[in-house]
Design a protein around this ligand. Structure first.
Ligand code: GLU
Length: 477
């Protein structure tokens, strides 16, 4: 079902890096807008002047760009709209939906602490709700600047969530929250309503943690005489330990995922499934498919679990489906982004164009490609210890002898190809009357240092005869 004139937004506070939670919220809004041919807006909520930075705003914009989540409007900055908010605060005072509060920080802090020791939830005690004009005048005369609080009306507040259905909260459970601080700076819950209204948002899709804010905002819409947008609260993202996702769960900013060698398309696909599913067990989907299949109806109410292994698996699937040119480009972009220098003169464009697709078949991240590439671009091999134990150290003399025989055979080959090097090995296996593995494993170990990798004879061809001959006699005892 398609909605009309859909307008949605993300409204990040630029106080740090862009993390998984924000990226998922952005993606859902973007997909919802696209599905409905609507508009996706970016609004930077930078009214927390102490913590907001332009650097963080730019990191958010860059991170979204990397994921290919393009916004149609914005970025708007709340810091540039401060005058506008004032007039609405005045309006709330005039209509008695809000009142001035002269309580000092010290008093509020004491009250809060007392509530804590008495194990009560703290709510503002409305001391300033019914101040007389002369009481107000006296505070003003003392130079005390008031905050502006919303007066929460009696009775329950209800809103209908597109994912969770109707949700109700009693007045006693909603605080007379501060809309404008005593220093004149408006709060999130206040300005978000003004901006969502003025920017004509039809839907607000954001994390479930915001539900208690939504009640406050719904009351503000009412107080200002405005219709509220439709709300959809997205499920929480948990770590694998079922605790709320946080830094503890490892690399969580987009920049870190990028450095670890994840592809934006794979990450987008993975994020899309963190709280939504298209049904039928479908997992790997193109962006176009995601845009087509996405719907609010299929967003889960239960928490999503961030499964890093699944992301890594999915990334591998994406790498395998990429054409070689795109994979090479992704890899060289990753090298540039991470400022990774390839170590030697071997790392030519020609070698990369052969090696990267070959290795990419078996790798799950761009960083894994880099690691698997090392034996081809550096002569400084590190040998897999368990491989040495298994394929060499048990009987080093016999293995060395076999490797020498193979070396002698391939030294004489007319042609250096996959077929000729393989044929030489088959012949030797027959002559020695041993299992092929008794040669294949030590040869791989000797020429790459590894026990796994691309097909062995492709590796030999890629390395070239000289380097292979050189390496065959060098296994460390
Ligand atoms: N600035 C809020 C945040 O970053 C925005 C929440 C919302 O979407 O309303 O959490």
């Amino acid at each position: 079902m398609s909605e009309e004139n859909v307008r949605v937004r993300i409204a990040p506070s630029p106080t740090g890096a862009i993390h998984v939670g924000l990226a998922r919220t952005a993606l859902y809004n973007y997909l919802f807008a696209h599905k409905n041919k609507g508009t996706f807006v970016l609004r930077i909520e930078d009214t927390d002047f102490d913590r907001s930075t332009e650097e963080s705003a730019q990191a958010i914009i860059k991170g979204l760009g990397w994921l290919g989540i393009r916004f149609d409007e914005g970025p708007y900055y709340q810091s540039q709209r401060m005058d506008l908010y004032k007039s609405y605060a005045e309006k709330l005072l005039q209509t008695s939906h809000a009142y001035k509060c002269y309580c000092t920080q010290e008093r509020l802090e004491e009250e809060r602490k007392r509530a804590e020791t008495e194990r009560r939830v703290w709510r503002y005690d409305r001391r300033c709700l019914n101040l007389t004009d002369s009481e107000k005048a006296s505070f003003e005369a003392q130079g005390i600047k008031p905050a502006i609080r919303l007066r929460i009306p009696d009775g329950p507040t209800t809103f209908s969530d597109l994912i969770h259905g109707e949700i109700t909260r009693e007045a006693k459970d909603i605080d007379d929250f501060v809309a404008v601080r005593s220093n004149g700076i408006p709060t999130y819950n206040f300005v978000v309503v003004i901006d969502d209204h003025l920017m004509k948002m039809t839907h607000v899709l954001r994390a479930v943690e915001h539900i208690s804010n939504t009640f406050k905002q719904v009351l503000l819409y009412k107080a200002l005489g405005w219709d509220e947008p439709k709300f959809a609260h997205l499920p929480l993202i948990l770590g694998e330990d079922k605790k709320k996702l946080s830094k503890r769960h490892g690399a969580m900013s987009l920049d870190e995922f990028r450095r670890l060698g994840y592809l934006p398309d794979a990450l987008v696909n993975f994020l899309a499934l963190l709280g939504w599913s298209p049904g039928e067990d479908r997992e790997v989907m193109t962006r176009a498919e995601l845009e087509d299949l996405f719907s609010l109806e299929r967003i889960n109410t239960s928490n999503a679990v961030f499964d890093m292994q699944k992301l890594t698996w999915m990334n591998g699937e994406y790498m395998r489906r990429m054409n070689p040119e795109d994979l090479i480009r992704a890899f060289t972009d990753w090298l540039a982004y991470t400022r990774t220098e390839l170590p030697s003169e071997y790392a030519t464009q020609e070698l990369l164009s052969k090696a990267v697709p070959m290795i990419g078949e078996r790798s799950r991240t761009l960083a894994e490609i880099y690691d698997a590439l090392l034996p081809f671009i550096s002569d400084d091999l590190t040998y897999d210890e368990s491989g040495l134990e298994k394929h060499f150290r048990k009987d080093p003399d016999t293995v060395s002898q076999r490797l020498k025989l193979y070396r002698d055979k391939i030294e004489e080959l007319d042609e250096w190809t996959v077929e000729s090097t393989e044929e030489a090995l088959r012949q030797l296996v027959e002559e020695l009357d041993v299992k092929a593995g008794l040669l294949i494993h030590p040869v791989r170990l000797a020429v790459t240092g590894r026990t796994v990798g691309p097909p062995l004879f492709d590796c030999l061809v890629l390395l070239g005869r000289e380097r292979v001959l050189e390496r065959l006699g060098k296994l460390p005892r």
